[in-house]
Each structure stands twice: as C-alpha cells, then as structure tokens.
Design a protein around this ligand. Structure first.
Ligand SMILES: Nc1nc2c(ncn2[C@@H]2O[C@H](COP(=O)(O)OP(=O)(O)OP(=O)(O)O)[C@@H](O)[C@H]2O)c(=O)[nH]1
Ligand SMILES: [Mg+2]
Ligand SMILES: [Zn+2]
Length: 290
C-alpha cells in the first residue's frame, strides 16, 4: 500500500496540472477513478500518491464550493477587480456578487488603477456597494494602499476575478514581488487574447491567492430567479416591510424596496440591473423546466 498525501491542486493548464503539498509542488497525472482532468478544479483538496516523482490523484475530497469560468473550488473570498480602464461593467460585477453569496464566498471589490482617476469619482462608483460589502481602492503599479489588500490575502483562499486588463496579475506582482506576465489593454485587444490563460494558486502572507484569466460574460446557471433578491444585501433590511413576504420587488403593491428605490435610498443602477438579471435568469430557468 503506497503512502497517501493530502494536497491541493495549485495549477491547471491544458492537460497538465500541479499539486501543492506543504512547500513542494508535484507535477500531476490523473489516474484511477479520476481519469479526466476536466474533473479537477484548481483549489481541489486531493489525496495523492507519488510515483516516479509524479503525483497520482487518488481521490478528490468534497468541495465546500465551486465556481465555473473559472473552474475553481474551495474559495473563501473573491476579489472582484475593477478599474478605470477597461470601463467597469457593473452588470458583470453584480452577477459575480450574486454568484459569491449563492456559494458562501465573501465578495470584495478592489478598485485598481486609482492613479488614473480622481478619488471622488471612485467613491461615487463604489457608494452603492460600500453599504454592504468591503471595497478597497488601490493602485497596483504605484503600490498604493496595498496594506488593506494584504490583510484580505492573509487568511483563507482568495480568488481574483474580473475582466481582462483590470490588473489582476499586476496586483500579485506588486504584492509578491513576482514578475508574472501582464500586458497593456491595447495589446490585449489587438492580440485578441487574455494574458493569463490558466488558473494558478500562489501562497501569499499565510493565505492563498488564485490568479485567473479575465472574462467578460457570466451566465448565472441554474439559479432560481425567485431567490436572487436574497443576494441583494441592501434589500434585506428593507424587505420585511413589503406587504407580501414572497415579494420579488418587481411590480408588487406596497413593496418597500420599490419605495426605497423611488426615494433614492436604493441605488437605481443596482435596482435596474436586478430587474435585468431577474429577467435573464427567469427566461433560462423557464426554458429548462418547461
Ligand atoms: N496605471 C495603472 N496601470 C495598471 C495598474 N495595474 C495594472 N495596470 C496595467 O494594466 C494592464 C493590464 O494588467 P494585467 O495585470 O495584465 O491585467 P489582468 O487583469 O491580469 O488581465 P488578464 O490576465 O488578461 O485577465 C498592464 O499594462 C498593467 O501595467 C495600476 O494600478 N495603474
Ligand atoms: Mg492576468
Ligand atoms: Zn418588495
């Protein structure tokens, strides 16, 4: 009987992957019952044996949570990175926040490239989010305000998420003094591809951080449309005043959330995107269960 070790999938790229065990990294090969590399997510805790200095995966331990696009698992926090350029896509941000809350992940917004924009403008954009979640403003290239971010990275597993070119890899480079590949927005556009093309975990200040490839669309799969409202934390304290306890805050009479929106107490952007996301998710849901 071979000795079994408990490790973590730390990198996956095409048909290769790596397993992290204490301070060592083993190249892996899938084997036995877990043949398909598709089944492995970065972040998976695995039992493995060692053969010819390769790690053979024997078993994937149950995941506390997982996300698709990127395929990652066992996440504690997601750092949703936005920046002055590319222009923030708040529909994408709101969907990511829903995905986080639905999977027991703490979402945190990181506004990067603060050197390119006046502070008042950042404050205005983040105002609706600051009410219910942590928001951190930094400049990765100027190494400005990185301490608050370091505090986030110190504990647990944090996944970097956000559009291509917002500076996810640059953040890691700044904090870890690494030299990972980054590229200008214009280069990314002209070359038509993302710079980071795989997911990898880095040990940072006692915690772990996953760098991922940026993406520009997110479909919320298999979400129950009627549950979406529960992932809007700014609705929570208001919605017990709605006439119906099942109120979706769309067109019901005596809805406290709609009233708060009309009074300017709930951000109109957030509310209108809620309506849009609800519609999108409901259409997909209805098609599936017809
Ligand atoms: N002015 C300024 N530019 C920055 C800052 N952070 C990153 N950049 C630049 O933004 C560009 C994109 O950075 P990347 O780190 O490659 O972005 P990414 O999010 O990892 O992109 P993908 O890997 O394609 O998902 C690079 O040219 C960086 O130098 C910042 O704080 N200020
Ligand atoms: Mg990158
Ligand atoms: Zn309501």
């Amino acid at each position: 009987m071979k000795k079994t070790f408990l490790g973590k999938i730390s990198k996956k790229k095409a048909d290769r992957f790596e397993v992290m065990f204490e301070d060592k990294i083993f190249k892996g090969r899938p084997r036995g019952r877990i043949k398909l590399i598709d089944n492995l997510y970065v972040g998976d805790n695995v039992e493995f044996t060692i053969e010819d200095s390769f790690a053979n995966i024997e078993k994937i331990l149950p995941r506390t949570n997982s996300l698709i696009r990127p395929n990652v698992s066992n996440i504690d926090k997601a750092l949703i990175v936005i920046a002055k350029e590319p222009e923030p896509d708040f529909l994408l941000v709101d969907k990511m926040i829903i995905n986080c809350y639905a999977n027991g992940i703490e979402p945190i917004i990181c506004f990067n490239k603060a050197d390119l924009i006046v502070k008042e403008e950042i404050d205005r954009l983040l105002l609706p989010y600051k009410k219910f979640m942590k928001c951190i403003t930094i400049s990765a290239t100027e190494k400005d305000n990185l301490d608050e971010l370091k505090d986030v990275f110190k504990e647990g597993v944090t996944c970097l998420a956000g559009q291509s070119a917002v500076g996810k890899t640059t953040i890691l480079n700044s904090i870890l003094d690494l030299d990972l590949r980054t590229a200008k927005l214009s280069e990314k556009i002209s070359r038509g591809k993302h710079t980071t093309r795989h997911v990898e975990i880095y040990k940072v200040l006692g915690g772990m951080v996953m760098d991922t490839a940026g993406f520009s669309v997110l479909t919320l799969v298999d979400k129950e449309p009627n549950l979406l409202k529960d992932f809007y934390h700014e609705f929570l304290e208001i919605q017990n005043r709605c006439r119906f306890s099942s109120c979706l805050h769309i067109n019901e009479p005596d809805c406290a959330v709609i009233q708060a929106y009309e009074d300017g107490k709930i951000d109109s952007g957030r509310y209108n995107r809620y309506l849009q996301i609800y519609k999108e998710v409901k259409t997909a849901y209805d098609e599936k269960f017809i």
